[in-house]
Design a protein around this ligand. Structure first.
Ligand SMILES: [Zn+2]
Length: 135
């Protein structure tokens, strides 16, 4: 039998690879807490982007430049927001599939308003992500 070890690429590994500072913030290194890995949540990463983590999956939300001046409707907490309080994010969910998600800019308040159910509903819209690197 050859080496049966699957390639493990958990969201946590991805975070550590892509955004080491965020990884440190989330999982800590010597904080002494039990530091259970979060299974579902949105985390601010570099350059205004957000990472949606759900179990071992991770999606990256990239803010796109605002157009126009109409109000935005947050897809997570369902509040109506002005242009300065929310962003439209682009999420690559497949080689040729992109989703657009509107979220409040201060994500902590937004997530607490939405609660676990709101986050789950969002995760359902985004995951699973297709293999983006199929050439
Ligand atoms: Zn919101």
């Amino acid at each position: 039998m050859s080496d049966p070890r699957p390639k493990e690429h958990s969201a946590r590994d991805l975070l550590r690879e892509l955004f080491p500072e965020t990884h440190r913030e989330l999982f800590g290194e010597a904080q002494g807490g039990p530091a259970l890995p979060p299974t579902l949540g949105l985390y601010p990463v570099a350059d205004g982007r957000l990472a949606l983590v759900h179990g071992d999956q991770l999606a990256e939300f990239t803010p796109i430049p605002p157009k126009g001046s109409s109000a935005l409707h947050c897809d997570l907490c369902h509040h109506t927001r002005s242009r300065s309080e929310a962003h439209v994010y682009r999420v690559q969910v497949g080689a040729r599939r992109t989703r657009y998600v509107t979220l409040c800019t201060p994500t902590h308040g937004c997530q607490s308003r939405a609660g676990a159910r709101g986050l789950e509903a969002l995760a359902w819209r985004i995951f699973p992500i297709e293999n983006l690197h199929a050439d």
